[in-house]
Every structure is written in C-alpha cells, then in structure tokens.
Design a binder for this molecule. Structure first.
Ligand code: ATP
Ligand code: MG
Length: 241
C-alpha cells in the first residue's frame, strides 16, 4: 500500500481581475501525473499555489492532501528555473535542504545521486561553470535528495539533450517509485512515456487525457507510446491557451 498521498484542487485563479484558469484536479497518490498546456496557461502557478508561494493572483477554491494531513513539508519542488545558489558548490547545492533544516547531510547519498545524473566529476564546481543541462541535472539531484512523498517537477528535463533526457526520465522513474509526482511538461513524448495520468490544462478546464494501458515507464518506441504521443500533440496544437 502506498504512503504517498494524492492531492485534490478545485477552484478559479484570477490575475488582475481576469480569470487565468478554472481547475478541477485529482492527482492520485503514488502515481505520476503529467500536466500539459499552452505556455502561460498557469501550470507553474498551480504548483506554486499548492506550495504556498507567491503567484501574483488570487485563488478562490481549495486544495488538500487526500489523507487529510497538511501538505507543508511533504513536497519536494524542482522549479522551472534551477534556483541553484551561485556561491555554493554543486554538492553543497544538493545538500542545501538538509543544511537549512540544521541536519547534517548524508554526503554519500548526495554523491551517489550526482553520479547517477552524470555530475560526479563536477561536484566541487560552482553553478556558473556548468552548462544549462548540467545545472538542470544538479537541480534534479537536489530535488531527489530531499526524499519526500510528493514531488513537483516543473519541466525538469527541458534543457537536456534527447539521450540524456531519456536517461534522466528513467532515473527519476526508478528513484521515485511509489511517490506522488506532478510533472509539468511541454513534451507529449515524455508524458506518453512516464504518466499514469495525463492532464491537459486550458483556461476553461483541466481535462484528463487517455494514457496507454501498459505500465509506465514505457518504451520510447512502443506503439502505444507513439500513438499516445501523436494524438496528444495533435490535440495540443489545436487548443487555445
Ligand atoms: N508573480 C506573478 N505576478 C503576476 N503574474 C504572474 C506571476 N506569476 C505568473 N504570472 C502570470 O500568470 C500566467 C501563468 O503563468 P505560469 O508561469 O503559471 O504559466 P505556465 O503555464 O507555467 O507557462 P510556461 O509553459 O511558459 O512555463 C502568466 O500570464 C504569467 O504572466
Ligand atoms: Mg511554467
């Protein structure tokens, strides 16, 4: 039985008096939910709302964990920008959460994660000396290091080359088994491969999109993955923001 709770959210979000989106979401516990939708529709805003961060707007509605317990402290967040601290090494950036909580970090685990994201030769470097894709992998390692039941990943693989992206999808899928993952992506192939549930967001509604019946993580070239990807892409091209 899973111990990772799901999340429900229902309500309307306004910015400057204008309705940005009307959403009704069920993010099941212990599964991967992929959230897609046009740029600017409010995907990152949904994550920030649930995290209690500034959104620049007003939400009227409610959200909660399905187990009735507070969400605070149970979500590990990888923001769309990497938010690496420039004065810390890659290793210290990965361990920053533990440090901020006054805990002594498990450096062995941090090094293992950095090895798995391909940064074992760069642990002592500062973020400014890394490429965009390397920075994104450092941020991914930091997020995975937090070891929380719920993960919010906002376009976590967007800066990676195709091969590394596939590798990192497989790593995240392995490390995050049985966790509740809400992953924002613009890539229909990524959603078709990773998702237990796909949600397509527009200003008017949040809509569940059919996923293949096979178990995630799916093969990139499996017929059901390719079919889901193609239909989803066609749909996304047709919807308004
Ligand atoms: N702090 C803020 N103050 C005012 N407006 C904001 C703020 N944050 C976001 N917005 C606005 O809210 C809207 C949704 O932004 P959001 O970042 O959620 O979009 P998104 O769906 O994640 O887009 P993308 O796919 O480009 O990342 C945009 O119009 C944006 O300008
Ligand atoms: Mg965004």
């Amino acid at each position: 039985m899973t111990t990772s709770p799901g999340i429900t959210l229902k309500g309307q979000h306004r910015i400057g008096g204008r309705v940005l989106f009307d959403a009704d979401l069920l993010i099941p516990g212990g599964q991967w939910t992929c959230l897609l939708g046009r740029s600017g529709v409010g995907k990152s805003t949904i994550l920030r709302l649930i995290l209690g961060l500034e959104t620049g707007g007003l939400f009227s509605g409610s959200f909660a964990a399905t187990d009735g317990m507070p969400l605070a402290g149970r979500i590990s967040y990888m923001a769309q920008s990497d938010l690496l601290l420039p004065w810390l090494s890659v290793l210290d950036n990965v361990c920053i959460g533990a440090r901020l909580r006054g805990e002594s970090p498990h450096f062995g685990r941090a090094r293992d994660l950095l090895n798995r994201v391909g940064l074992s030769d760069h642990t002592d470097q500062k973020p400014a000396t890394l490429s965009g894709g390397m920075r994104q992998r450092a941020a991914l390692a930091r997020t995975l290091f937090e070891d929380r039941p719920i993960l919010f990943l906002d376009e976590p693989f967007s800066a990676l080359d195709a091969g590394t992206r596939a590798d990192m999808q497989e790593l995240a899928s392995d490390v995050l088994q049985d966790r509740t993952v809400l992953l924002v992506t613009h890539d229909p192939a990524e959603a078709a491969r990773l998702a237990h549930q796909i949600i397509v967001m527009s200003a008017q509604a949040t809509q569940n999109w059919p996923v293949p019946e096979t178990v995630a993580l799916r093969e990139i070239n499996a017929p059901e993955t390719l079919a889901c990807q193609a239909k989803l892409l066609a749909y996304l091209r047709g919807i308004a923001a």
